[in-house]
Design a protein around this ligand. Structure first.
Ligand code: FMN
Ligand code: COI
Length: 369
């Protein structure tokens, strides 16, 4: 079993032995506005902490005396081959982390045979990111009240090579991230949201109180969309649709019945505080979907054993939110690559120590909840 040895610039990044080391580097590179936006959760941040805690509480039941001389972490998501079941979740405004912004993240996803989910609120236009990702990207949609504009974004994403539509369903309103309210989070003037509006239009909605993002989002996002409207969305794009932000068996069944895939998520604890952790929500969702759709998960994934536990319980892949942002802030493309590589190496070792030589060997019997 060989572990990758990435030749990355910067002693500090090279010396990072885990994602916590990269997080420390990333945090140190950010100003207060960006750091608080990335790190914050809603209200008391119970769910933010619980996402990590739930992984830690689950214990492994490793099997022994299995030939693990070759461990294969490869899998696929919606037919896209992946070097491991680890992708990048959508997050807004990568330009707060690094001047190369989403281009760096896309290049890293491509270089590591992963997949990047591009946020509606990227600082870089869809087409530019699509060229860098070379087919290794999904597009995340926030449905705007302006449906024609939403539709145009879907067309652009498809033309740019997006392979799936990730439709975020847990944010009709933005959760209240109190730290961003206190310090009036705002997008610096050199950054825009080119898929959504011109910088001038963004500036016009800036006010003198609270999180500028929350103020802006309030008027922009469609809050009327229901299950009935999915038929409309289906007509707007031929791409497979993944509903991101599902936490219950009930909604997972509806998603499968509507022909959608399921992304288990509480938005990294940024929306409804005290919502269940993604990892704890996973088993009932896997049961309810019963193989009809692919199931993904995000929220608190920072260790190879987290990846292993989620996949063993039925997730097709897991996605990194903040962890990718810390890597981006630490060293741009190389930082994101190093993050993916370290986690994949941890996952491979965890598989070996659990007696699993390939993804199919990861079964629920390995996990005691
Ligand atoms: C700074 C930040 C921005 C985010 N922006 C988006 C977004 O634009 N669209 C979206 O669907 N989710 C967004 N999310 C949620 C992530 O996709 C993901 O659900 C969450 O970060 C996973 O938790 P983790 O950070 O613990 O990995 C964002 C999360 C963070 C931390
Ligand atoms: C632009 C925002 C709506 C992005 C987001 O989802 C978040 O900050 O959690």
């Amino acid at each position: 079993m060989t572990l990758h040895n990435l030749d990355t610039p910067g002693d500090a990044l090279r010396d990072a032995v885990n994602l916590a080391d990269i997080e420390a580097l990333g945090r140190a590179a950010l100003d207060r506005n960006a750091l608080e936006y990335y790190a914050s959760g809603a209200n008391d941040e119970h769910t933010l902490r619980e996402n990590r805690a739930a992984f830690t509480r689950a214990r492994l039941r490793p099997r022994i005396l299995v030939d693990v001389s070759a461990v294969d972490t490869r899998t696929s998501a919606l037919g896209l081959p992946l070097s491991s079941p680890i992708g990048i979740a959508p997050s807004a405004f990568h330009g707060l982390a690094h001047p190369d912004a989403e281009r760096a993240t896309a290049r890293a996803a491509h270089a590591r045979d992963s997949v990047m989910t591009l946020s509606t609120f990227s600082n870089t236009p869809i087409e530019t990111v699509g060229a860098d990702a070379q087919g290794r990207f999904w597009f995340q949609l926030y449905l705007l009240r302006d449906r024609a504009h939403s539709r145009a974004m879907l067309d652009r994403a498809r033309a740019a090579g997006a392979r799936a539509l990730v439709f975020t369903v847990d944010a009709p309103y933005l959760g209240r991230r109190e730290v961003n309210e206190r310090h009036r989070f705002a997008l610096p003037t050199h950054l825009g949201a080119p898929n959504v509006a011109s910088r001038d239009a963004l500036a016009q909605v800036e006010t003198d109180s609270g999180s500028q993002l929350a103020n802006y989002f309030r008027d922009l996002a469609d809050k009327t969309f229901t299950w009935h409207d999915l038929a409309w969305l289906r007509e707007q794009t031929p791409l497979p649709i993944i509903l991101k932000g599902i936490l219950t068996a009930e909604d997972a069944v509806l998603a499968a019945e509507h022909g959608c895939h399921v992304w288990v998520s509480n938005h990294g604890g940024r929306q409804l505080d005290t919502a269940i952790s993604s990892f704890e929500a996973l088993p009932e969702i896997v049961d309810a979907v019963a193989g009809r759709s692919e199931i993904y998960l995000d929220g608190g994934v920072t260790r190879g054993t987290d990846v292993l536990k989620a996949v063993a319980l039925g997730a097709r892949a897991v996605f990194l939110g903040r962890a990718a942002l810390w890597g981006l802030a630490a060293a741009g493309q190389h930082g994101v690559e190093r993050t993916l590589t370290l986690l994949e190496d941890e996952f491979r070792l965890a598989m070996a120590l659990c007696g699993a030589a390939q993804i199919e060997d990861l079964t629920p019997a390995l996990v005691r909840l």
